[in-house]
Design a protein around this ligand. Structure first.
Ligand SMILES: [Zn+2]
Length: 424
């Protein structure tokens, strides 16, 4: 090409008259009251007050949309789910209504193990088909990125099958899928009484293989009296670190195991649940930059009463994320917006904290914050136009789905417009 040829530029698309919650930290919601946002290809090329918009942007625009004062936020991010699984556990819900606890049910071979049985016998295609509606449900609310954990196989073959299904979901649907390996979710029945031998399998076989083939972005574990001990969790973290894989942890859900501090020692991306975390645990998270992922759906569904120490997270400046924990036993939740509402009502987060928990801080927990989580020049054009006038409304509704249009990497991936009737 001759060097006099003009630089090829992609067409620009602009959205104007928008109230934009950029979710940057310089002001509440990073709010721009009368804003405009422009994208070129997959990226945001400009965002700011409409009156400050550079003149050449308009001349290069292929389309200009008037959003008539509606609110725009970053695409939502659900940073903790177990949404790939087979079967359901509706029967356990009834058992718990009759008085059985989550630990009772787990002790009788139910709980996670029940889902493991169903998942082991499901073919990849069945697993994919059964999981798809759960992912679609999240996407219909403006979710553009989601973390999905393995952990219902607990043997090499099924864990690898789960990870391949998780990967396929991201290849099939217009959503960013971040896979996590959670081999230490529960003890598989064939290892009953031999939990250290199972941890050996995780450390010497599974983690090196998953790291080598890049099948997951992080390693997770369930550190709890009904899960794995802190010593076993530490061995798993060491194996992950040896393979240069980042870690996250289910910590302090029902008791204080010192899991959050242990995770922080390994510079964990996140520690999740945290109802029983100590002040020392929160301090360690603050020093390590570990995100606190709050899961109000599990708190609600298990009728827990101990609330995570929200004020301590605030005082020590630990970023808080909010996620669905979508899973069949303790949080069968298909709505991230409902989780924002629960984070408000049950945990007393402010509406801004709740929204930051499903955007900026969730991106950080998944280590995708360089390209997602806020609306800034250079980041991916992942955003939602909502039928609301102020972002505080997002954490207010119960069962109300206000996204009007969802864009991911500049492309429209969801619209709430009803399809007109096609005739008789
Ligand atoms: Zn979980």
């Amino acid at each position: 090409m001759p060097d006099t040829a003009p630089q090829a530029s992609k067409p620009i698309e602009i959205w104007t008259r928008a109230r934009i919650a950029t979710m940057t930290t310089d002001r509440p919601y990073g709010l721009i009251d009368s804003g405009a946002l422009a994208r070129e290809g997959e990226k945001i090329v400009w965002v700011g007050e409409s009156r400050d918009r550079p003149g050449d942007l308009k001349s290069r625009a292929r389309e200009i949309h008037d959003v008539e004062g509606r609110c725009i936020t970053p695409g939502l991010i659900d940073c903790h789910t177990h949404l790939v699984y087979a079967g359901n556990r509706a029967g356990e819900f009834e058992q718990r209504l009759l008085g059985a606890t989550y630990a009772d049910i787990a002790g009788q071979g139910g709980g996670i193990r029940a889902t493991v049985r169903a998942t082991r016998v499901a073919r990849a295609e069945e697993l994919f088909e059964q999981s798809l509606p759960r992912l679609r449900s999240l996407m219909s609310e403006g979710v553009t990125a989601v973390e999905i954990k393995s952990g219902y196989g607990l043997d090499v073959e099924t864990e690898l099958r789960m990870l391949s299904v998780i990967r396929r979901m991201g290849e099939t649907l217009p959503v960013t899928v971040v896979p996590t390996y959670l081999g230490a979710h529960a003890l598989p029945p064939e290892f009953e009484g031999k939990s250290d031998a199972y941890v050996d399998l995780i450390c010497t076989d599974m983690i090196p293989r998953i790291a080598r083939d890049r099948l997951a972005c992080a390693v997770d574990a369930y550190c709890e009296t009904i899960g794995f001990s802190p010593a076993q969790t530490e061995r798993i973290f060491q194996a992950a670190s040896d393979c240069r894989m980042p870690i996250r942890l289910h910590a302090e859900q029902f008791s204080d195991q010192g899991g959050a501090a242990l995770a922080a020692r390994f510079k964990a991306l996140s520690a999740d649940h945290l109802e029983y975390v100590s002040e020392a645990g929160v301090q360690a998270m603050a020093e390590a930059g570990t995100v606190a992922v709050l899961l109000p759906g599990a708190f609600y569904f298990l009728r827990e009463t101990q609330v995570p120490p929200i004020q301590t997270f605030r005082d020590k400046k630990v970023p808080m994320a909010v996620a669905t924990d979508c899973n069949p036993g303790s949080s069968p939740a298909g709505s991230l917006l409902l989780m924002l509402n629960m984070a408000r009502t049950l945990f007393r987060l402010t509406p801004e904290e709740a929204l930051a928990g499903a955007t900026r801080n969730a991106a950080r927990a998944l280590r995708i914050d360089k390209r997602s989580g806020t609306l800034e020049t250079g980041k991916n054009a992942n955003f939602v136009i909502w039928d609301i006038a102020h972002p505080a409304e997002l954490a207010c509704g119960i069962g109300y789905r206000p996204p009007r249009v969802v864009y991911r990497r500049g492309r429209k991936v969801f619209t709430s417009q009803l399809t007109p009737p096609q005739g008789d």
